[in-house]
Ligand binder design. Sequence first.
Ligand code: HSE
Length: 435
Amino acid sequence: MSTKAGEIKEIKVGMLGCGVVGSSVARLLSEDSGDFAERVGATLKLVQVAVRNVSAKRDSVSSSILTGDPQKVVADPSIDIVIEVMGGIEPARTLLMTAINNGKSIITANKALLAQHGAELFDAARKNGVDLFYEASVGGAIPILRPLRESLVGDHVNRIMGIVNGTTNYILTKMDEEGSDFASVLKEAQALGYAEADPTADVEGHDAAAKAAILAGLAFHSRVTIDDVKCEGITGITSRDIQVAHDIAHVIKLLAIAEKTDTDAISVRVHPTLVPRHHPLAAVRNAFNAIFVEAESAGDLMFYGRGAGGAPTASAILGDLIAVARNKVRGGIGVGESDYAALPIATVGAVKTRYLIRLDVADKPGVLATVAQLFASHDVSIETVRQSGRGDSAELIVMTHEASEASLSATVDALSKSSVVKSVESVLRVVGNAS
Ligand code: HSE
């Protein structure tokens, strides 16, 4: 039954977790309560917050609403909306399923959970007629999910390329601008609090892969999980790779790429990528995020901002909270998941891109011809070759035209077995057209 206008005076909110993001949500909810009440047409009241340590003092939350038992929040019949900022798969998954089945709308920042178990949560939300909003799960403060779901719903998205992990963008920016190597920049980033003590999820690309799956699902109206994302992190990037990219007017960025292939399948991948210096994504420095969207009618769009942090992430959560609260006041729910297209996931080998391959070879007659022949015999067309001599060795830097991942990996395999190649030093993908 829909609610009559003016019937709801107060909307009760529960929160799971109260770390950096949760504290900012609680603080802003209390500081801006007057404005929010005007914007919603009802008061928003935080009534219960589940935390691990109830006795730890928190400036933004009164101890009277803290509980050590998250079940209380999801079971409390008076709570209308649950905000989840605890992260991780369990117990978040079970708690949110319980909350949804108890008729509560959900706002979550949990990219890992959505990228793994989104389908189950969306199905439950649809069945129970509640909202499940998750703007904060990708790109922190950056409005990108609502633009994809609403503003661009009258268009066709062809490709999304995102810098969606601040830690790795910070590391790659420092490597590019200071010439430092990966290990020393990572150490510095950890000391400054930009990188976690265990940086695996960031530097191996897993965090970006979860976000890539969420973006791809929304852009292409299909269900995409983290298992569909081909993922490679930045731990193998050397200062020589950065320097070579620099010499040819490119920067290396960890990109989350989601695109439709020629056969209308979805390719989703995360990998270090050479981006031309003139591309807008190349200008995204330090821990900033940006999502570049290529749409059929709109053309190119870029969304830029802070991808993490307490207040920036809270901004996205509060935007969702107000949207869900307005739905409650007016009666009904907002736009839910759109998966009607159900596009298949492209096979990895079929995906085409340009490549930059760096080889350590013997510097003697016939080497270049042999290397070129290996590319040709695997149907990979060379765009440019640069050689620099180094004593008995030479470094060959080969830029290819677009080639399939399958052809390229067969070429690399043949190169590494060839007697003229001492080692395949690196294989990097390149975006942008040949200039
Ligand atoms: N760890 C992420 C980053 C933020 O470095 O951008 C949360 O997704």
